[in-house]
Design a protein around this ligand. Structure first.
Ligand code: FES
Length: 151
């Protein structure tokens, strides 16, 4: 009898243990969440670094980019970009995601046109015609042999 009394926890002991477990269970995810936030902050910063780290990714053949025109393709991050070859061998690039509502713009004569609502952008990304008001972001590219690569 005495041994059974010693091994059978009373209600107070059970509640204390449950309380400690609850605190422990609540505390661990809180710490994990805090650590997670720190990690995602670092990951975000790392993403920028990673994008820069993707330098050298082949984006297009230089021969596929018309001289005096543009080729819309995917950037190193998989998002649409427009590669422009103003003169033979001189390439630049801008995001091809319309800053109005995100439609992919199309290469046109001397500009990039958005088929959704008619915004027009210069090859430098500047807004020529709205409704977009924000220019297309520049994308770093360079010529590497016969390819256009991310810089
Ligand atoms: S999404 Fe391009 S003009 Fe509206």
């Amino acid at each position: 009898m005495d041994q059974q009394e010693l091994t059978t926890p009373d209600r107070r002991s059970v509640m204390q243990v449950c309380g400690l477990i609850s605190l422990g269970l609540l505390g661990v995810p809180t710490l994990v969440a805090c650590g997670s936030d720190d990690e995602s902050s670092d990951a975000t910063g790392g993403a920028s670094t990673a994008a820069a780290g993707a330098a050298g990714t082949v984006l297009a053949k230089l021969a596929d980019v018309p001289v005096g025109g543009a080729l819309v393709t995917k950037g190193a991050d998989g998002k649409p970009i427009a590669i422009i070859q103003a003169t033979a061998g001189a390439v630049t690039a801008v995001s091809a995601v319309c800053t109005h509502q995100g439609t992919t713009v199309a290469a046109a004569s001397g500009e990039l046109d958005c088929p959704s609502h008619g915004s027009k952008f210069g090859f430098d990304g500047a807004v020529k015609n709205g409704p977009a008001t924000t220019p297309l972001a520049a994308v770093a590219v360079k010529v590497d042999g016969e390819n256009v690569v991310s810089a």
